[in-house]
Design a protein around this ligand. Structure first.
Ligand code: GLA
Length: 749
């Protein structure tokens, strides 16, 4: 999979789908040559033209060679200060105040498998599943060295990259920037795709032509954030969901980041992706090392779905660990939108009784069970049950849920501290803070200083004590504010610039210790909804709450955007009440149910107050979900239509089971339209030679006036050719109602 040709200096990382090529020139420089569809041999047909570009500086050793300049060369990991004026991949500050170093190739190793990254989440692989190339670069003045780490997967169109710096000199230095990767393309005929949003509106897709100069998608919130996502793709303008070239970059990191593109003077494009340089200053004493997070580079020749399916497989098969990697996820009811803080033991027990009656599988007790927390002002950090609300403790509610045949789940927010808490009264210095300025609040809470080992130990011990105290099957791990005054009272001045990064490393340490101590517990991460929905989190917790917005229409958008990178099984998605608590929208139960069926399905409303008719509908949806669950959670996922295209009025998703025998198709239409075209859905991924029998058909309620007196299409038990469904398509019935949802199930015959 990885070869090095000594004569040409070509490094070629290759599998059946992709090639990634770069070249060692003049014994020093690593220059990017190609990334894309697989090439058997890279024979330099795409050679560099040695042009004398005016104003382009020469490195000292080639003073008289005016055609050799770093200003134009596509460096694999560029520094600054020697004439490459584009975005650098890293930055340093030396004790004398200067910022110039010079990293040259020294040697490399190629090994099978993929080494872990100490203290960091990263994709993993067995020895036969991947190959790893490590190139060691040395500074010409001996101050610094760097290892460029590349892994190519045998069966995925993905290369991972990361970098490890070592201070190999005699004096301390500061790392002021440390990207995980840099890639150069010879042109800029691309659209740039990013995921943007806000609280309750996470991960919408924006697609715009890539323009000149520098663009940046980044977070400075200390979390991967609701507003941005550590993902960027460049797609050819003609690329669609099913066809065309796309290059996706995704970071395995949960804190601040920056994904930059630069289209420079000659029209080439550079991507630099990794840690941002916002308040980042890593002090590297002699002999110390710094490991960057991992970046994933995915190439697809089969459109955006090809990229998404590769990322989904990477996450499911090479990132998520433990018992729940392949286990089906339970259908839950969460009491948050049902009761908020106003619950007691009887209320929770009633919910459990009703959940069991409806066929649900787990009861989750959300925020408000600890300290004296009856609103969001208090008690974070005091992880002791509130006996006034739950007189028989957590064991009482958990055991009563178990007796009813339900699993039991519990909410925590471990990285936080309320000023009104026993913890803060005992340890006011444990919050992130600066000495001479007051802390800013967000939701009345402060953030614990996870750079401190004693704080991390407290979190691990107090959370583990609760998990040992009752039969708990699931944990929802929340994180409800971003970082401000992000400094530590214990770090020395030269290390204050490390706080934001150390905070995330501390979070990972705590998560690793708690999740590995409870391998049977299913963990779901959350951050005020989907504010930390990133690959870093999925290394520790196999699913995440997608958004605090449970409105079906908004969720179709959020979940479509999220699926660009993350698989359906990673997304927590619940049916909530109408009018919806976030948007006031009234949508049919069927639409709410089908929308939530994209992800780990659940209910988040007071089910005890539903009418008998509603309960009957819920029972039908629950039975349907249980039947389709293996296909929905473990199958291959396709976006056929997304709200980011056209008028945004339609969404269609398709799932194909792992053995290809079952296909689930869903279609959603937001607003009914006059004079609307008839929608025909062309399916994807079917076997054109096979037949597909319709085994379930759930049309949206309400037929068109044009069809008055006409029954719904009789589709059940009809068999259609795979080729017909792929190439000709399936008609969707017209319905005169807003917020419609349709679902079809096919079985291959
Ligand atoms: C966050 C979560 C919600 C809920 C509340 C509880 O906002 O996203 O689902 O758990 O916290 O305070």
């Amino acid at each position: 999979m990885i070869t090095f040709d000594e004569k040409t200096g070509i490094f070629h990382l290759q599998n059946d789908a992709i090639s990634y090529v770069f070249q060692l020139v003049r014994g020093r420089y690593l220059l990017h040559r190609y990334w894309g569809r697989r090439i058997r041999h890279f024979d330099n047909a795409r050679t560099f033209l040695p042009l004398d570009r005016a104003n382009a500086p020469q490195p000292a050793a080639w003073e008289n060679e005016r055609t050799f300049s770093l200003d134009v060369l596509p460096q694999e990991y560029p520094d600054c200060g020697h004439g490459d004026f584009r975005i650098p991949a890293f930055g340093v500050r030396l004790p004398d105040g200067t910022t110039v170093t010079e990293l040259f190739y020294d040697h490399h190793t190629i090994t099978s498998g993929k080494p872990a990254l100490a203290g960091l989440p990263a994709a993993y692989a067995q020895a036969e599943e991947a190959e790893t190339l490590i190139l060691t670069l040395q500074d010409s003045a001996g101050k610094l060295s760097a290892e460029l780490q590349y892994t190519i997967f045998r069966d995925l169109p993905i290369v991972t990259r990361a970098v490890r710096f070592t201070n190999s000199g005699k004096e301390a230095l500061e790392l002021t920037q440390a990207a995980s990767c840099c890639v150069t393309f010879p042109d800029h005929a691309f659209d740039r795709l990013v995921l943007y949003g806000g609280h309750a509106a996470e991960r919408s897709l924006e697609r715009e032509p890539l323009g000149r100069g520098v663009t940046e998608m980044s977070s400075r919130r200390g979390m991967s954030s609701h507003q941005t996502s550590p993902f960027l793709a460049l797609a050819r303008p003609e690329t669609t969901e099913q066809q065309g070239e796309v290059y996706g970059v995704n970071l395995v990191w949960s804190g601040d980041f920056a994904l930059r593109t630069e289209v420079e003077q000659f029209g080439t494009t550079r991507i630099v992706a990794g840690l941002g340089d916002f308040e980042f200053d890593w002090h590297l004493a002699p002999g110390e090392t710094f490991q960057t997070p991992e970046a994933w580079l995915c190439y697809s020749a089969t459109g955006l779905n090809g990229m998404s399916q590769a990322f989904h497989r990477l996450i499911r098969e090479h990132l998520v660990r433990g018992k729940y990697q392949r286990a089906l996820r339970p259908i839950l009811v969460n009491n948050w939108e049902a009761t908020y803080f106003a619950f007691d033991e009887a209320k929770i027990d009633n919910l459990a009784a009703c959940a069991a009656d409806l066929g649900l599988e787990m009861l989750v007790l959300d925020d408000g069970w600890f300290g004296h927390r009856n609103d969001d002002n208090t008690s974070l950090g005091d992880w002791q049950v509130n006996l006034a609300k739950l007189p028989h403790g957590l064991a009482g509610v958990a055991e009563s849920a178990h007796k009813r045949g339900l699993k039991f789940g519990l909410w925590f927010e471990p990285e936080m501290i309320s000023v009104d808490s026993e913890l803060y009264r005992a340890h006011p210095d444990w919050a992130l803070q600066v000495r001479d300025y007051p802390n800013s609040f967000s939701r009345h809470q402060l953030v614990l200083d996870l750079t401190r080992p004693e704080v991390r130990d407290y979190i691990v011990e107090s959370v583990c004590a609760v998990l040992r105290s009752a039969p708990i099957d699931y944990v929802k791990w929340d994180f409800n504010r971003s970082l401000t005054e992000a400094h530590s009272l214990t770090l020395p001045p030269e290390r204050q610039g490390e706080t934001r990064t150390r905070f995330i490393l501390g979070t990972y340490d705590v998560m690793e210790r708690i999740t590995s101590a409870f391998p049977d517990i299913l963990f779901e991460s959350c951050a005020g909804g989907g504010g930390r929905f990133d690959a870093g989190m999925f290394y520790y917790m196999p699913q995440a709450w997608c958004s605090d917005d449970t409105d079906a229409v908004q969720r179709q958008r959020i979940q479509s955007g999220t699926s660009l990178v993350y698989p359906p099984i990673a997304m927590g998605a619940h049916v909530s009440v109408t009018p919806n608590h976030q948007l006031g929208r009234v949508t049919p139960m069927q639409t709410r149910a089908f929308t939530a069926m994209l992800g780990c399905y659940g209910y988040e409303l007071d089910i005890t107050r539903m009418s008998e008719a509603e309960k009957a509908e819920v029972r039908k949806h629950v039975a349907l979900y249980k039947r389709l669950r293996p296909t929905l959670q473990l199958g291959k996922f396709y976006r056929l239509l997304t709200p980011f295209a056209g008028t945004g009025n339609e969404t269609a998703w398709e799932f194909i089971s792992e053995d290809s025998s079952e296909v689930v198709l869903m279609y959603f239409k937001t607003l009914a339209e006059p004079a609307c075209p008839i929608r025909i859905l062309r399916l994807a991924g079917l076997d054109p030679e096979a037949g597909y029998r319709v085994t379930d058909y759930w049309p949206a309620q309400g037929l068109s006036h044009d069809n008055a007196g006409v029954q719904h299409l009789e589709l059940k038990d009809r068999t259609y050719g795979g080729d017909e469904l792929l190439y000709s398509g399936l008609t969707v019935e017209k319905v005169d109602a807003d917020f419609g949802a349709w679902l079809w199930v096919f079985h291959k015959v």
